[in-house]
Structure formats: C-alpha cells, structure tokens
Design a protein around this ligand. Sequence first.
Ligand SMILES: Cc1cc2nc3c(=O)[nH]c(=O)nc-3n(C[C@H](O)[C@H](O)[C@H](O)COP(=O)(O)OP(=O)(O)OC[C@H]3O[C@@H](n4cnc5c(N)ncnc54)[C@H](O)[C@@H]3O)c2cc1C
Length: 373
Amino acid sequence: MKSVDILVIGGGLSGSATALGLVRQGAGKVVLLDEQLPSQRLSRGNFGLTWFMCKGAGNPGYAKWCRMAAMQWPDFAAELEEESGYNVELEWTGGAVHAFGDEQLQGYAESVSALKAVCGEAGIDYPVRILSRDEFSDIVPDMVLGDEVSGAMYTEEQGHVNPLKLLAAMRCLFQKKGGEYHGSQSAHAILPQKDGTYVVKTSQGDYQCQKVVIAAGHGSSRLLAPLGEKLHIYPQRGQLMVTERHERLLTVPLLSVRQTPDGTFMIGLSSEDTALDTQVTPEAMQSQAENAIRLFPMLGKLNWVRAWGAIRVMTPDGAPIYTRVKGHDNITVLALHSAVSLAPLQSRAIAPWILGDGDDELISQFSNGRFHV
Ligand SMILES: Cc1cc2nc3c(=O)[nH]c(=O)nc-3n(C[C@H](O)[C@H](O)[C@H](O)COP(=O)(O)OP(=O)(O)OC[C@H]3O[C@@H](n4cnc5c(N)ncnc54)[C@H](O)[C@@H]3O)c2cc1C
C-alpha cells in the first residue's frame, strides 16, 4: 500500500487547482487521481469565462468570494504561465450581458443596484455599469448589433481564458512542483482507520492517507454515502456550439457569445435538468443560435461546426460547497459550479484552509451543512 499525505480524488478544474495549491503550500506527498468519466467532461467542456458579474444576489459571502477570485485572476494567470510554460490565453478585456428591449435593460439596472448593495454589505465594490446601445456598440466596435439590442450590463474587471489550457497548466505545474498525477485511476471507497488515517481503495491499488480531498464532481456522492454524508448537488446540463473560424472581431466576451483568440465563436447559455445525459438537442442549438444572431446578425453567415453538452455541478443556492465531512475532519469535499472563475481561490485560499490555515469565517459559510434544514 502506498502512503501519502493528501490524496485528491478528481482531477477536473477544482481538484487540479486545489492540488496545485497544496503542493505550493508544501503539503508533503500529494497525489491527484482522475477517473476520466465520459459523463464528467465538464472541466473540458465549459465556456471559459472568468466572471463575477451577477453572482451573489442575496448572498454577500458568495458575492465577495466571486469578486475576490476575479481580482486575483490576472496575477494568478501570469504566475501560472511563468511557472508552467502554458499560455492560458487569459484576455482581461471585461465582460458584458446584452439586453433586448428597454424592459430587460431596466431589469439589469435594478439587479446592478441590488448587487451593489449586497457587495457594500460584504465590504467590497461591484464595478458593473449599464451601457446604452451606443455605449455597448463602442466596446464591441467591429460587431454590428442587432436591431433589438437596447444596451448591456458591463464590467471592465473580468475576462475569459482557454479552459483546456488552464486545466493542462494546473496539472502540469502540480507535477513540476512534486505532485503525482494519475489519469484513468478511479477511487472506489474511503475506509476510515482507527488511527485517524484513511485507506482509499482505487482501481490501481490502495493508498493510506493522512487527508483526503474529494473533488470528484458528480462522482463525489457515491464516495460520501458510506460515510453518512449527503452532498447537496444536482446535475444541470449546458450545451455549447462552436462556429468555423473568422477574423478576430470580438475581444470582449459576452455571457452567451465569445470569440476565442483562434477565431471561433463559442455560443451557449442553455441550462436544463437532465440528470447525467450529455447529449446535444436541436431545440437548444436552435434557441442559442437565434439568440446569438439577434445579438450579432453576422453570426448567421457562419457555419456551426461543433457542439457538445456537459453537466454542471449545481448547488441549491448556486454557491460552492467547501466542507469537512461530519466526524471526519481530515476529509474535505469541494463541489461547485464556476470552477474556472474560482480557480485562483481554490488554489490560494481553499488549499491553505484544507491544511488548517485559511479564512475559516468566510469559507465555513460554504459548508454542506447550510442545506440541512
Ligand atoms: C456549458 C457549461 C459552461 C460553463 N462555463 C463556465 C464558465 O464560463 N466559467 C466557469 O467558471 N465555469 C463554467 N462552467 C462550470 C465549470 O465547468 C465547472 O465548475 C467545473 O468544470 C467543475 O470542475 P470540477 O473539477 O469540480 O468537476 P468535474 O469537471 O466534473 O471533475 C471531476 C472529475 O472527477 C473525476 N472523478 C469522478 N469520480 C471519480 C472517482 N471515484 N475517482 C477518480 N476520479 C473521479 C471525473 O472523471 C472528473 O474528471 C460551465 C459548465 C458548463 C456545463
């Protein structure tokens, strides 16, 4: 049996960012396992936004967490690139959500005021403003807006990244710094030992661990059930479509359309309750394409070349779960939507917290226990 200090189960964005943070903190021998389940490709099938806008309505702790993560992104990316050698293609060019018609724009104005108040309560700023149609047009000067576009909600302080390169960079740097990564290795059971350690049974042998981190997305519940912990997550499918490449026209990402540095337009925004079914549907493709063309009519001239579905890890209030398992302080569970946006904090704040040195007051707001009513 191999002996390790920390075993991280799940090598998606969440597990990889955290495992990287752990080796940076000098946590000893850290091993990261990933089962590579075809139904759990969400870390490789997402939209790549590094976003805080609209997050945390009615939840000051979550609003603060998202804003803190966004503020750390430029520095996090620079450090990651320098040390890993990967260009994660972060473009810190702002971000927008378009509105159709005056009523929707008015609704945005109200939501911005509400979130400014929530953020004020949490002691942080919320640098988001409403743009008229002309002002919105000025920030996307090479794109002609559709007739129904009335304006947008906009911030300068977020952006987008290549999520595949982000994942590769974090896994690569984790290994460069002494961590051990095993793809195609599945954890089957976590067995508590009398001396306070854990034996984790996997498809390729057993590990004796001082600490275990479960970041296995929708694979986490089956590992936790025998320990008596019910994880409050549910699956929600999102579908994305990608066009052929085109000369670069759009550098500011929108919530539903972004153009990557290599020229493709990514189009998305669907959210459906479908259990773990990742298939693509004509209905979602049609409605996403229609929305994108109403926004930027030129997109109607481009061929759509690829599409996929991926299953979000959602919690009832949309905020992450960072929790220790009841009766097992050395098992931590991380389950979240927005693991691209939150990667800097997974690495820089959650990893120290796992080692007993974090902002417990802020992080404990995200316990799984908040849903036990
Ligand atoms: C359409 C769409 C668009 C999105 N866009 C964005 C965005 O723009 N910005 C953003 O921040 N977020 C976005 N997200 C969310 C983001 O993709 C997720 O938050 C993130 O991928 C979650 O990462 P994770 O590591 O927690 O989970 P996962 O990616 O599910 O990783 C868990 C890993 O654990 C492995 N695993 C499971 N069970 C076991 C086991 N027993 N043993 C070993 N390994 C196991 C799985 O194979 C998997 O690789 C989007 C999601 C979708 C669906």
